[in-house]
Design a binder for this molecule. Structure first.
Ligand SMILES: [Zn+2]
Length: 441
């Protein structure tokens, strides 16, 4: 009797944790049942992956879907649709919505809502504030919660814990790894009067300078060591921090953004104006090179998009009144595949940074590798496909991307989540069936 599966992905070059092997994968009941299924095995559905690479489902651990907020800019249904079009099987959504996700009631609403509306699987950050510190230990073990997020420096929204006393109290409340936006709020405020409305967009990286970021990370590392509480530093943007963090691997993991690996100042400000403005800022070539060096030497644990859409009108205001944040969940995988084709990293390292990495850092259960018993999440990519990224392809209602017009080689051609093909060849299939990601508590 030949073996029978719900789905077989046949003949692809599979990026396994131990290397790339041409093999066929059998799926039953949403899980990977077998690697290396035989040629006579049968399945209700077969996907021919000949000539394609089969990656473990890629995860974007840093998105702002603005929901609740402004659906004319972005929402859970539109942002997760963008994710699956871009080859992403799960996103971790930030809490600085309007209203923010900072208490049990808002979290319960969001948990129920995303399981009706999300096209991909989803993890939820809960925001830490000075007011909700006593509740954080309970909130961080909620269903689908990936981490507590602390804004130690101001960005979009009004969540902030900037002083050492409150940061230390946050670290002493709960036990899971905390995700930080690390910029020093005091230095940010002190430098603000040096600039005026209408200054060049490139002033963004002078206001939020290297020391703003480095000082923030030094303070957080000192507190993390003292309290013993694990930290994940989001969007590390400076050579100094990446070097410094190497001495804190007992307590710290870190993320680098695709933007900081791809875009560079002053070009981004001259060419894109407000559409190049994000926090922490895109900096000069020295920092981009340092980010790549940190990818190569293993310092970087995860890569995210920091997908943070805003209305065009808000991006087109003069600096510093233009909003900070860039659309990115749909372009993350294509831009990273282009880096693979350019020889900047291997597909195995890409899978490590974009699937195994987020699984390890956040404690995801059942995702992050192609192995029997894991969720049948796959991102199928055609490494030879050449395409131009265009704003018209962007599914987020804001309708723009800083990568508009960028020619890339390598493209996600299918997104499969728990055994269901959700996207094939730019077509979204079925209905929203995303679930909350499971995390070790
Ligand atoms: Zn962010």
């Amino acid at each position: 009797m030949p073996a029978h599966y719900d789905l077989i992905i046949r003949g692809g070059a599979c990026v396994l944790p131990w290397g790339i092997e041409q093999t066929s994968i059998g799926v039953r009941q949403g899980l990977i049942a077998e690697l290396g299924v035989s040629f006579d095995a049968e399945a209700a559905e077969t996907i021919d992956a000949t000539g394609l690479y089969v990656l473990p489902g890629l995860i974007d651990p840093h998105v702002h879907l603005r929901d609740p907020g402004d659906p004319a800019v972005e929402s859970v249904p539109t942002g997760t649709r963008a994710a699956v079009l871009g080859g992403v099987v799960a996103v971790f959504d930030m809490p600085n919505t309007n209203p923010a996700i900072v208490d049990a009631e808002r979290l319960a609403e969001k948990q129920a809502y995303v399981e009706r509306q999300a096209w991909c699987d989803i993890g939820l950050y809960v925001g830490g504030t000075k007011q909700n510190i006593p509740e954080l230990a309970a909130l961080e073990t909620g269903r689908g919660v990936c981490a507590i997020k602390i804004f130690a420096g101001s960005s979009t929204g009004n969540l902030m814990v900037e002083d050492d006393e409150h940061l230390e109290r946050v670290m002493l409340s709960g036990h899971r790894r905390i995700a930080y936006h690390s910029e020093d709020e005091y230095r940010l405020q002190a430098r603000k009067p040096m600039f005026k409305s209408g200054d060049p967009y490139a002033c963004h990286m002078e206001w939020r300078d290297e020391e703003v970021a480095f000082l923030g990370t030094r303070r957080l590392m000192a507190l993390a060591r003292r309290t013993g509480r694990a930290a994940h530093i989001l969007h590390v943007s400076t050579a100094q921090e990446l070097d410094y963090l190497k001495d804190f691997r007992d307590i710290a993991t870190c993320e680098v953004l695709v933007n900081h690996l791809t875009q560079v100042a002053p070009d981004c400000y001259e060419r894109l104006g407000g559409y190049g403005v994000m926090n922490p800022p895109i900096r000069d070539e020295r920092h981009r090179a340092a980010a790549w060096a940190a990818v190569h030497n293993g310092t970087v644990d995860t890569i995210g998009s920091d997908h943070a859409p805003h209305a065009r009108a808000a991006k087109e205001r003069p600096w510093p009144d233009c909003h900070s944040g860039l659309t990115g969940v749909q372009t993350l995988v294509p831009v990273m595949l282009d880096h693979v084709n350019a020889g900047r990293l291997s597909l195995s390292r890409l899978a490590d940074l974009m699937s195994a990495g987020p699984a390890r850092v956040y404690g995801v259960l059942g995702k992050g590798r192609l192995a029997a018993g894991y969720d049948a999440d796959f991102t199928l990519v055609d490494m030879g496909r050449r395409r131009r990224i265009e704003a018209s392809w962007i599914a987020s209602p804001c309708g723009w991307t800083p990568f508009d017009g960028k020619q890339v080689t390598g493209w996600p051609v299918a997104t499969i989540i728990r055994g269901q093909a959700v996207m094939r060849e730019d077509e979204v299939l079925g209905a929203p069936r995303g679930r909350l990601v499971a995390f070790a508590r």
